[in-house]
Design a protein around this ligand. Structure first.
Ligand SMILES: Cc1cc2nc3c(=O)[nH]c(=O)nc-3n(C[C@H](O)[C@H](O)[C@H](O)COP(=O)(O)OP(=O)(O)OC[C@H]3O[C@@H](n4cnc5c(N)ncnc54)[C@H](O)[C@@H]3O)c2cc1C
Length: 392
């Protein structure tokens, strides 16, 4: 029997793969990381507007979408946002909280890539970039990989190939193919954290609002996010819409409350005797541009004292119960992540190992665990990488 020439091979030198590689190698395991791309961790580089929103202080299983909402609990509790912050502190990488627990690098995202690269090199991780895996065979001792750079054997094979978002920088569905090769189920995938589109025939209804960003409570059934929304020339975007998009399915209507903290009708009633025009009154609550656009949509702009009951009800409907039925999404080209992936029922939640194929692990975004916007996806990459490596 041929003995493996690596203890661990990781496919995918992104966030989860690099993190896992350095943990494995730090344990003295002979570790090889392979990637078909020429550059490490491209998604870290472009993330968070170039400053990588690398975690969220509030990360908990409630911030993740999965067919099994409890699956992430174990991994998230063993490698927390504080652990990652300690790693950055130790290596002198400074960061700040922007909003809602979201931590960003003070400097460029490259600082995190350099840190992971340094940890891999320090622990003697071997690396082969520009390497495509052609075939994977199960052997008695583990796995044999035929690649464009030769054949390699390993006892443990870690799939960290990520999801389908942004194929322009190397995202592929290879991880799902490997899962299927070994008879692991894959939950159907869709783009998530993605702008939503409005059917071309409906777009003229919203042209007045294009380019205007506003704080809103955006909801889909019981799921609600209070963050900014934005009408674009093709549809809807902004953090609240990206968050909702991860829950959205074709045909679903989205409800937008443009003034979540106040009741506009009560406010109007307090000033009922005023001669102020509605658009002027609304600009106490919204930007002038939005206030005028809302009156355009209402098709009236009269003095508050002259508003009829029907008009009041139209105002309430527009401001508190704005409903919109997106026609689709901007797809993987514009998505930040992929919803769906390797079925968590196939994996052990303690170490992300396949329940049926010993030595085969799936970590990071390739798994059916999708985080909210705000640093949660990188936290899952770090936590799942640690969970796998801690059991090697
Ligand atoms: C524009 C953008 C901004 C984002 N910003 C944030 C943010 O600020 N905060 C946050 O938490 N999340 C953010 N995300 C999401 C985050 O980047 C991912 O969830 C995270 O990178 C997933 O880590 P991963 O290691 O599982 O996959 P990835 O980081 O995608 O790494 C996968 C690796 O596998 C390689 N690979 C793919 N297919 C193959 C193959 N066939 N053969 C060999 N190698 C292969 C790829 O080249 C890549 O290096 C952002 C995503 C995008 C697209």
């Amino acid at each position: 029997m041929q003995s493996p020439n690596f203890d661990v091979i990781i496919i995918g030198a992104g966030a989860a793969g690099l993190m896992c590689a350095q943990f494995a190698a730090a344990k003295g395991l002979r570790t090889l990381i392979l990637d078909h791309s020429s550059r490490l961790a491209e998604k870290i580089r472009i993330s968070g507007g170039g400053r990588c929103n690398f975690t969220n202080l509030n990360a908990s299983p409630a911030n993740y979408i999965s067919n099994n909402p409890h699956f992430a609990t174990s991994a998230l509790s063993r490698y927390t946002p504080q652990h990652f912050c300690e790693l950055l502190d130790w290596h002198g990488i400074s960061y700040h909280e922007k909003t809602l627990g979201q931590l960003f690098c003070d400097d460029k995202s490259q600082a995190i890539i350099d840190l992971l690269d340094h940890l891999c090199q320090e622990n003697h991780v071997q690396r082969k970039m520009n390497t495509s895996v052609l075939k994977i065979d199960k052997t008695l001792a583990g796995f044999e990989l035929s690649t464009t750079q030769g054949s390699f054997n390993c006892a443990k094979l870690i799939i960290a190939t990520g999801g389908l978002a942004i194929p322009q920088i190397g995202a592929t569905g290879f991880g799902y193919q490997i899962a299927q090769q070994f008879d692991l189920k894959v939950i159907p995938t869709t783009p998530a954290l993605v702008p939503l589109t409005i059917a071309p025939q409906d777009l003229p209804n919203y042209t007045q609002l294009a380019g205007i960003s506003f704080l809103s409570e955006t909801s889909l059934g019981k799921i609600k996010f209070i963050e900014n929304s934005l009408f674009t020339h093709r549809g809807l975007s902004g953090p609240a819409i990206l968050q909702i998009s991860s829950y959205w399915n074709p045909g679903n209507k989205i409800a937008i409350n443009l003034l979540p903290s106040q009741n506009i009708i009560e406010q109007i009633q307090h000033h009922r005797s005023s001669n102020k025009l509605l658009s002027n009154f609304l600009s106490n609550y919204f930007s002038q541009k939005l206030a005028h656009s809302l009156c355009d949509l209402l098709k009236f702009d009269v003095q508050l004292s002259q508003l009829s009951k029907t008009q009041l009800s139209a105002i309430e409907q527009l401001i508190h119960h704005f409903q919109i039925c997106p026609s689709g999404s901007e797809g993987y080209k514009k998505a930040e992540v992929t919803r769906g992936g390797v079925d968590t029922n196939e994996l052990n939640s303690k170490d992300l190992q396949s329940k049926h194929v010993a030595g085969l692990y799936f970590i990071g975004e390739v798994v059916d665990v999708t985080g909210w916007l705000g640093g949660y996806n990188f936290q899952w990459a770090w936590s799942s990488a640690y969970a796998a490596a801690s059991n090697f």
